[in-house]
Design a protein around this ligand. Structure first.
Ligand SMILES: *[C@@H]1O[C@H](CO)[C@@H](O)[C@H](O)[C@H]1NC(C)=O
Ligand SMILES: *[C@@H]1O[C@H](CO)[C@@H](O)[C@H](O)[C@H]1NC(C)=O
Ligand SMILES: *[C@@H]1O[C@H](CO)[C@@H](O)[C@H](O)[C@H]1NC(C)=O
Ligand SMILES: *[C@@H]1O[C@H](CO)[C@@H](O)[C@H](O)[C@H]1NC(C)=O
Ligand SMILES: *[C@@H]1O[C@H](CO)[C@@H](O)[C@H](O)[C@H]1NC(C)=O
Ligand SMILES: *[C@@H]1O[C@H](CO)[C@@H](O)[C@H](O)[C@H]1NC(C)=O
Length: 268
């Protein structure tokens, strides 16, 4: 009994020592530490403290104490150069009421894949600089972003998830977005776009979820949408007469959930 206990303690101790050693040895480059500070400043944070060794945000926001429900997170991967160098791959600053702008400085985090800046008061538009990132996931859900979607967003062909939901975006969707061939989720509901849903959405062969209710876009839905064989969830508004859409949509056997405004038309 005693022996088993001791072995167990040794094992735990050895494991902790090893983990600490690893943490102490791998480092985030100073440029990325600086970039994180610039990013949060651009977004309007007055407070910022980052633990470089642990890759952890210790303080961020417009107040010293975060608002209720605020969530922040950074993920680093540390297997670079024989596990001595780390890079930021994910950044989440959610629910902080940040009053600034979307940060062009994301380009200074070359390994960044995912950003979640939902539930803030960010205004302005999407920085064209983001064109050169390799982002796979963008969520700017519920902010005060406005203006046209820059065509440069179409350069981020790595994107699989794009949520611009609940902002004040306007204008037409730039044709360059048709280049986002890896997109699986596209959510633009509750905005002030104009024009129709363009037929180039047929390029989005991987698309599974399309939410465009109350986005400002008007009908009809392009018939090409029936070529999106992976689409299984579609949310649309009345689109000036939904009846004409139904024969088309009925043919889309892949759709599992179809909502027209808040009515569920089809749900298997
Ligand atoms: C990584 O480790 C191997 C073996 O220890 C060594 O040969 C190599 O030079 C190291 N590479 C770097 C970038 O430090
Ligand atoms: C963003 O908000 C600031 C004040 O918080 C204001 O000065 C600026 O004009 C706004 N920009 C846009 C594009 O709405
Ligand atoms: C964006 O893509 C276009 C082609 O679609 C290309 O001409 C342009 O250089 C790209 N911009 C950036 C910043 O990568
Ligand atoms: C979209 O709105 C702008 C001005 O807000 C207008 O100039 C343009 O003609 C509109 N486009 C469509 C397709 O309605
Ligand atoms: C989409 O379908 C319409 C009508 O079926 C056709 O006229 C149009 O060329 C198609 N668009 C593309 C991009 O293939
Ligand atoms: C639906 O499918 C049927 C049979 O495949 C076809 O005849 C019809 O034209 C299609 N309707 C639409 C609106 O695509």
């Amino acid at each position: 009994m005693m022996l088993v206990g001791n072995v167990f303690v040794c094992f735990i101790t050895a494991f902790s020592c090893f983990t600490l050693l690893e943490l102490a040895e791998s480092k985030l480059p100073q440029e990325e530490v600086d970039a994180l500070q610039q990013i949060t400043t651009t977004m309007g944070a007055k407070y910022w403290r980052f633990n470089n060794d642990a890759c952890r945000i210790e303080m961020v926001g417009v107040t010293e104490k975060p608002p209720k429900g605020a969530q922040s997170n950074t993920d680093c991967e540390c297997y670079f150069e024989n596990n001595t160098v780390c890079h930021v791959v994910k950044l989440m600053l959610k629910g902080y009421s940040l009053p600034g702008l979307l940060p062009p400085q994301l380009v200074k985090l070359p390994y960044l894949r995912e950003i979640d800046f939902a539930y803030n008061y960010l205004n302005g538009t999407i920085p064209p600089e983001w064109a050169s990132t390799k982002l796979t996931y963008i969520s700017v859900l519920v902010n005060r972003l406005s203006g046209q979607i820059p065509k440069e967003l179409g350069n981020i062909t790595t994107l699989t998830y794009l949520s611009l939901e609940s902002n004040k975006f306007s204008g037409i969707l730039p044709i360059e977005l048709g280049n986002l061939i890896n997109l699986q989720t596209f959510r633009i509901n509750d905005n002030n776009f104009n024009g129709t849903l363009p037929d180039w959405v047929q390029n989005w062969k991987q698309l599974r979820r399309l939410e465009m209710h109350s986005s400002g876009l008007e009908g009809p839905i392009p018939s090409n949408i029936s070529q999106l064989y992976n689409l299984n969830e579609l949310r649309i508004s009345d689109l000036n007469g939904p009846i004409q859409e139904f024969p088309l949509l009925r043919n889309m056997t892949g759709i599992v959930r179809l909502y027209v405004e808040s009515f569920i038309i089809k749900y298997f």
